[in-house]
Ligand binder design. Sequence first.
Ligand code: ADP
Ligand code: MG
Length: 383
Amino acid sequence: MSLVTLKNISKIYPSKQGSVYAVEDVNLEIQAGEFYSLLGSSGSGKTTILRVIGGFEIPEQGRVFLGEEDVTQQPPYQRNVHTVFQKYALFPHMTVTENIAYPLTVAGVIQGEIDQRVTEAIETFRLQGLADRQPSQLSGGQQQRVALARALIDRPKVLLLDEPLSALDAKIRQEVRQELRELQKLTSITFIYVTHDQEEALALSDRIAVMHDGKVEQIGTPSDIYNQPASLFVAKFIGKANLLTGKIINSRTVDINGYVLDIPELSVNLGDLDSLDNSDNNLPNSEQQIAKEQIARKSQNPSDQVTVMIRPERLQINPRTLRDQEITGKIVNCTYIGQTREYQVQTSMGLLIITKLATGTDYAIDSIVEISWSTEDCVVLFN
Ligand code: ADP
Ligand code: MG
């Protein structure tokens, strides 16, 4: 039983051309205690989904459940859900203590209990010594911690966070990111976190829903999404990837510029749509729908075009023991990126990007190398 459930949610706005779907037929099942991210570029519908969960928007289609209760028509204050916005929206004329205490004060909690809980929060959020300051006397990171303390003081079931780190500069963002994760683990409150930053989503989340044009492209753990992207869009959006375009030869091989590339079995279904119905599996509805769409897309004919993805770190250069597949190439470029080197290697399949730890062997430009990989490292993608 999930804590937050979205069933077939669509939110439609009027526009000059008629109407536009901000989100279209979105299904999500978010478990209690999860750190769940909505990841997507600007305009993909992330904020709209948060506003629907928070009760700030009523969807034209679909239902929202908190536990078993249908809250679709409930106003925000009746839902046990709080929101932390991009701009922290602290009360400028109130001190840190007064800001944090505010939800309890409004709820009429007795002063003794307010004092105790605010003192605890000031400790948890490392705001000691700042209690009497006003927001303008705090750094961005400190203001964000006050906003979080205020949002969590009355222990909501769900905290919605809309790009909460985007106003912070890179170094502080890293620190606060770590704190957020720890805080979420400590409180076990369900976090639904919106970001356009794939690195942030991968680092923080238990699960991620990748959004594109108002629809969910894929739902999975960070490792699922990185290693088994469900579509070309996800593969391009998350991390670096070698994307090789070729033609299907049969269900186990693809022709890339004349090179016969082995692909994992069952990556391609030739014809036969009848055998594709997987309605008997145990996936939740939200994922079942996506899985069905993926399987339908895999139904191809020989000589149809596909893209094969291989992550740059999966390719080996001059390995001691060759894997199942290999190709000869020439190093044409090398860039240092912190702890790794990124090589560009020209091969008959095309230009490959390969990342290696900078502590390993350094290959000179123009040297001829053997590149090797396992069939399992290839992911076949359809549009
Ligand atoms: P994101 O948070 O991923 O950037 P949004 O949920 O804010 O995306 O917006 C999704 C789409 O809906 C965008 O195309 C946006 O222009 C549109 N949209 C959002 N809010 C409104 C609104 N109040 N009126 C009209 N269109 C809107
Ligand atoms: Mg937004």
